[in-house]
Design a protein. Structure first.
Length: 276
């Protein structure tokens, strides 16, 4: 009898917690709705900060690494393939068309939550480490585990709007984690754009109406991406870049991402035909 009562109490507590989490998620959804209705950037930022704080509280109360805010559609949710990093990113569009970015990360082994929010919109430099407090801001949409200097690290792909009306950006960066902090960047990229100097990250600028793909092959440790070439000029005579139907790659060997130009990429149809 005592065992049955205990089971009922545990079930009741779990149900109560689920309802509490759902209620808080509804509150977060309401805050996102308020952001969409206002044109006041100061109010948008204040609401976005409340959203971040509410999400942190939900994660703490859930005490579940795999919890992924099931009802929130405004938030990108990505789990790394090694199931060590759970990341959540979102953005708030400001009145000038630029965005402010927000991110939360969970580390499974460390049982830690990391918080990042962007200040003024910036395009990150390709050299130098970046601390959480100096985060450039991006919507990260892929994360892949790698080894760098024999330590666990993660390569991430991110998308960001530009501070002008002509371009958008994608970034390839490397993240390393301690129990207390995230460090962005690793001197591991060798590209023709910086000669023999190693970059800490790669940043692509391209036409705001174009689409650029980054594709990671875990088995080959290769990032394949669209080659960018000038497609038009701005009113000020500046080149604007876009994909030209060719592809380049970054191949990971001995802690270095080595650039390789003009690689052949098979589309999905070609791969499927080859299997037949």
């Amino acid at each position: 009898m005592r065992k049955i009562v205990l089971t009922l109490v545990v079930a009741l507590m779990a149900t109560t917690m689920i309802f509490a989490q759902a209620k808080r998620e509804r509150e977060v959804k309401n805050l996102f709705a308020q952001i969409e209705k206002t044109n006041d950037d100061f109010k948008k930022t204040a609401l976005a900060n409340r959203i971040q704080n509410e999400m942190i509280e939900i994660l703490i109360e859930a005490d579940d690494f795999y919890y992924d805010f099931p009802s929130l559609k405004n938030v990108g949710k990505i789990l790394s393939s090694d199931e060590q990093i759970h990341m959540y990113t979102w953005n708030v569009v400001l009145s000038d068309g630029s965005s402010q970015y927000y991110a939360l990360f969970q580390h499974n082994e460390f049982n830690s939550i990391y918080i990042m929010s962007q200040g003024d919109p910036i395009v990150p430099a390709t050299t130098g480490y970046v601390a959480e407090k100096d985060w450039y801001g991006a919507l990260y949409y892929e994360i892949h585990p790698i080894k760098f200097k024999d330590k666990e690290a993660y390569v991430v792909f991110g998308l960001m709007t530009s501070t002008d009306d002509e371009t958008q950006h994608k970034v390839i960066d490397v993240m390393t984690f301690t129990k207390k902090a995230i460090k962005l960047g690793a001197p591991s990229f060798l590209t023709p754009w910086t000669g023999k100097k190693k970059q800490h990250r790669v940043v692509f600028a391209y036409d705001k109406n174009a689409q650029m793909t980054l594709d990671y092959n875990h088995k080959k440790k290769t990032i394949t991406f669209d080659h960018l070439a000038p497609i038009r000029k701005t009113s000020k005579g500046k080149d604007v870049f876009g994909p030209d139907m060719s592809h380049d790659a970054l191949i990971y060997k001995k802690d270095i991402w080595e650039y390789k130009a003009d690689v052949k990429v098979k589309n999905k149809k070609e791969k499927k035909d080859k299997k037949k």
